[in-house]
Ligand binder design. Structure first.
Ligand code: ATP
Length: 990
């Protein structure tokens, strides 16, 4: 299963230098949307980390799942790519202490792996290696780089991919041990200060963790699972001018850029699916071969600086990272091996090493002269390069086969597209057939209309001709009569003297009779000629109208047939285009297949020749190619034959479908015609039935109208009566309630009066009591006065002047006080009386006012109630009146309509009767000698039923036919018919 390379982007914060120079940040990050925007261009990635993202976020977000996959037995790679100084080393390595928050991916992965392995409590082994690639030179950062054991990149025949021969893999059991190794390795790493980074990594570094762990889920079997995690810190791409690199550093930068350029080319070739991917152009790409388009699971972390001065590099990094997203790997889990096999492999490796050691010690190994050794080396190199070439060729052929397959796929797609087109054409054809059917239907309808119109025209023409010929016959007859009269007059003039008396009478009668008849004949001739003129005018109008309709109809038919022809033409064009497309496609496919076949054959021959040359040199490698080529040829042959079969099958299918469509269309047309015929007959029957039903309906409707009129009149009367009764009831109840109210008011007034009287009595009583008490006091005072007088008199008698004087003064005082009290009492009684009288008067006034206002209110309510009832009664009366009026109008209208119809029918009868009456019969008196019989007698108008073969017989006479055709009364049907009593045919009887 293919899996895309996962790409994450990390933007570092502004550095202290950048902050000091007040450089603005030009990279906008939307981590939730996984988007980065620079220069208004937005890129979307699998993950995006902004400047505030921690090392832990990056590990959890991107790397942890990768480590899990490595633990599950996959080969996984995480590499950081970006401009120098953007944080690759910070991200991949960071601080090498596992508990530091700045610890990068390597320490966190190591910790995570050991935690996981230790948690499973099963056996495991972890081996780590640390490889540096500097100026295209490999360096083991964990081992001693001995000259006799140079590091070489080799193809791994057993496991596939590339491995580094002689690279030391250190077996480790704890994370702490790995950190120690990492410390050593990073110290060995080449770094230098550049203008862009104080500690710039000048090399690419690959830290590899190989994990073997025991799977114990199957009892009895101990399978070993092995996975690899490569953590790659690439050297930074840089602009030599801006990084300030000179001499050695500039050469370094050139090499770095060169290998990164190759990495870019590899990515491009993989994305564009080039047949040749230039992995071999640099050691870096060879090392990453399995991770780019191979069987490993790969994650790229693109690092970006936020400042605007490196925006071009930022854009270039983003472009590359975005392209890398399209690379598809085919991850495969490593084969699980048993513990036994693994131990055996290790044993073999140890044996080989031991024999090498022994041979070196005993000096009994194979020793060659340097020239021979060099030659062998050269030959080996040649074989290697040849092998590489053959591999490339194989790649190209595989690509070619893929291309042919693709062409076949595209041919299949085109065929399916054509099939879709065919379906579309078929549906279009179906819709055109529908349109055609609709048009045919309208054509049939129009043709029917035309036939009916023509029949009507013929019938009316026949009627007109008949009338005209009858008129001519009448005119001739009258002219003949005139001649005969003249002859008679002449004859009478001869016999004048012989039969004077008789002849005078007879001649006078005859004269007056003739004059009358002459007048009547003239009047009839005038009317007939007027009728003829009117009829011919109407006929002309009708003919004009029919001609106009015919022209419109023809135009319509022409348009429809044009449209039909156009659509038929379109369908034919589309069919031929589809056929052409299919033919072209088939030819194209055949040409492609043939070309492919030829070139494969040519290649095959070439290959065979080359193989023959190479057979001597290297038989084994050619042995593999031959069956491959044969397989390819057989595959191609199978492809060709299968494509032949499928194309011919599609062509024959299309032909069969066309035939089926044609047959279907013919059957459809036949069925359609049959349906139309039956529809036509059904329509004629329906017309007949409807005519009968309509006449029955009309008489029934007149009856119903009359009965409805009567019912409505009765209904109106009933409503009127009930309304009147309701109104009366209502008024009665209102009047009774009003009288009740006035009684209550009277009672209230009486009660108020009684209350008033009682209050008046109370007041009178009060006043009387006050008067009595005043009188009592006065009498008491008088008695006191008498006593005092007695005392005075006694004192006077005793002669005591002083006592007398004092008595006199006290008496005077008492007197005055009594007088004052009496006055006060009187005034108090007066004021009490006055205030009580005022209060009573006020109460009385208020009660009177209330009674008056109540009376007024009741009166007002009564008036308005009566007014309202009067107006509603009036409205009801008006509505009844108008209802009655409309019923009457309706009745009179229907009566008028009925009488008009009756009148219309009998009008001509009356006119003719008048005419016949006016034409007095020449009844013989017997006085006049009869010379000879007048021949021919007064003409009888014969209107034969004009047979019309185009109309169904059952429709009857021309008038019936006209009526049945429901044509507008353009020619005035009644005027075409002579009076009924002159018709002798069966029609007249009807
Ligand atoms: N996300 C970050 N947060 C804080 N500091 C960072 C971050 N990324 C990078 N730095 C700092 O920026 C500087 C340069 O980073 P680093 O050396 O990792 O860059 P580089 O891409 O590896 O450069 P080169 O390619 O030259 O080796 C370092 O001092 C590092 O600590």
């Amino acid at each position: 299963m293919e899996k895309s390379v996962r790409v994450a982007v990390r933007v570092r914060p502004l550095s202290a230098k950048e902050k000091a120079a007040a450089r603005p940040s030009v990279v906008a990050v939307a981590p939730k949307e996984h988007q980065v925007t620079v220069r208004k261009k937005t890129y979307t990635f699998d993950r995006v980390f902004g400047q505030y993202a921690s090392q832990k976020d990056v590990f959890k977000g991107v790397v942890q799942s990768v480590v899990d996959e490595a633990l599950a037995g996959f080969n996984c790679t995480v590499f950081a790519y970006g401009q120098t100084g953007t944080g690759k080393t910070h991200t991949i390595q960071g601080k090498l202490s596992p508990h530091d928050e700045n610890a990068g991916i390597i320490p966190r992965s190591v910790n995570y792996i050991f935690d996981k392995l230790q948690a499973t409590k099963s056996e495991y082994s972890v081996r780590v290696s640390f490889l540096q690639l500097y100026n295209e030179e490999l360096k083991d950062l964990l081992g001693e780089n001995k000259k006799d054991k140079p590091l070489r990149l080799m193809e791994d025949a057993k496991r596939g991919g590339v491995y580094c021969q002689n690279l030391e893999e250190v077996t480790t059991l704890t994370a702490a041990h790995v950190f120690e190794l990492l410390e050593i390795g990073s110290k060995n790493r080449i770094t230098a200060e550049t203008l862009l980074n104080e500690q710039s990594s000048r090399s690419h570094c690959i830290f590899t963790i190989r994990i073997h762990s025991k799977e114990s889920n199957i009892p009895g079997e101990e399978m070993i699972r092995s996975g690899t995690l490569n953590l790659v810190d690439l050297a930074g791409s840089e602009c030599i001018g801006r990084s300030g690199a000179r001499n050695v550093r500039a050469r370094e930068a050139g090499n770095i850029n060169q290998s990164l350029l190759t990495l870019g080319r590899v990515i491009t070739a993989l994305v564009d699916k080039h047949p040749h991917v230039p992995y071999r152009d640099s050691k870096l790409t060879r090392l990453l071969q399995e991770s780019l388009g191979g069987r490993a699971m790969t994650t790229v972390i693109a690092t970006l600086g936020p400042a605007g001065d490196c925006i071009d590099e930022t854009m270039s990094t983003l472009d590359y990272a975005h392209r890398a997203k399209s690379i598809k790997n085919k991850p495969e889990a490593n084969q699980r091996t048993t513990k036994h096999v693994l131990i055996k492999e290790y044993g073999l490796e140890i044996d080989a090493l031991r024999s090498q050691l022994l041979a070196a010690r005993a000096k009994d190994g194979i020793f060659l002269p340097p020239a021979q050794y060099a030659e062998m080396q050269d030959r080996l190199a040649w074989f290697s390069s040849k092998l590489a070439e053959l591999e490339d060729e194989l790649d190209i052929k595989t690509t070619f086969v893929a291309e042919v397959e693709e062409a076949l796929e595209s041919a299949k797609t085109e065929i399916s597209e054509l099939e879709t087109k065919l379906t579309e054409c078929q549906s279009e054809l179906a819709s055109t057939t529908e349109t055609l059917a609709a048009t045919e239907e309208s054509l049939n309808t129009t043709e029917q209309l035309l036939t009916r119109t023509q029949a009507a025209l013929r019938a009316s023409e026949a009627n007109t001709n008949e009338l005209q010929s009858q008129a001519q016959a009448a005119t001739k007859l009258y002219q003949q009569r005139l001649k005969e009269i003249a002859t008679l007059q002449l004859a009478m003039g001869i016999n004048k003297c012989t039969f004077t008396l008789c002849s005078r009478c007879a001649v006078a009668r005859k004269d007056s009779l003739l004059a009358k008849n002459y007048e009547a004949a003239h009047a009839y001739a005038d009317r007939a000629s007027t009728q003829c003129t009117e009829t011919s005018t109407a006929l002309q109008t009708f003919q004009d109208e029919q001609a106009r309709r015919m022209a419109a109809l023809e135009d319509h038919i022409r348009k429809v047939s044009e449209k039909y022809e156009t659509s038929l033409g379109d369908v034919a064009t589309k069919f031929s285009a589809v056929r052409k497309d299919v033919a072209g496609l088939v030819q194209g496919v055949l040409a492609k297949v043939e070309a492919g076949n030829d070139s494969v054959h040519a290649e095959h021959d070439k290959q065979r020749a080359a193989q023959e040359v190479q057979l001597q040199a290297w038989l084994s490698s050619l042995g593999e190619l031959e069956p491959l080529t044969e397989e390819l040829t057989s595959q191609l042959n199978t492809l060709v034959s299968s494509s032949w079969h499928s194309v011919s099958a599609v062509t024959s299918q299309i032909a069969a479908e066309c035939n089926a469509m044609r047959t279907g269309m013919q059957a459809y047309a036949t069925e359609h015609k049959r349906m139309l015929d039956s529809l036509q007959s059904k329509l004629a029957a329906t017309f007949r039935e409807e005519a009968t039903m309509l006449s029955a309906d009309a008489s029934h409707s007149v009856g119903v109208l009359h009965s409805t009129q009567e019912t409505m009149r009765q209904h109106v009367m009933d409503i009127q009566m009930s309304l009147k009764a309701q109104l009366d009831n209502c008024l009665q109840s209102v009047l009774s309630s009003l009288s009740g109210q006035s009684d209550a008011l009277e009672n209230q007034a009486t009660a108020a009066k009684n209350r008033f009287d009682r209050v008046l009595d109370d007041i009178t009583r009060d006043v009387a009591a006050v008067q009595t008490s005043t009188m009592d006091q006065a009498s008491r005072l008088a008695a006191q006065l008498g006593t005092t007088d007695d005392h005075v008199h006694k004192d006077l008698a005793s002669g005591s002047t002083d006592a007398v004087e004092s008595h006199a003064s006290s008496v005077a005082q008492l007197h005055s006080s009594l007088a004052a009290q009496a006055t006060a009492n009187a005034s108090a009684a007066e004021s009490l009386l006055a205030s009580q009288s005022r209060a009573q008067a006020d109460r009385f006034n208020a009660a009177t006012d209330w009674v008056a206002s109540e009376f007024q209110r009741v009166e007002g309510g009564q008036t308005s109630f009566v007014a309202v009832h009067e107006s509603s009664a009036k409205a009801v009366q008006g509505a009844c009146q108008s209802w009655r009026g409309s019923v009457n109008t309706l009745a009179s209208a229907s009566a008028a309509h009925t009488s008009a119809v009756v009148d219309k029918v009998s009008r001509h009868d009356a006119a003719t009767a008048e005419f016949v009456a006016s034409v007095a019969a020449d009844v013989s008196t017997g006085a006049t000698p009869r010379k000879r019989q007048l021949e021919p007698p007064f003409p009888v108008f014969l209107v034969p039923a004009v047979p019309d073969p185009s109309l169904p017989e059952e429709l009857g006479s021309p008038k019936r036919k006209l009526e049945a055709l429901e044509l507008p009364d353009l020619v005035g049907g009644s005027r075409l018919q002579p009076p009924k009593k002159y018709l002798k045919s069966t029609d007249a009887a009807q």
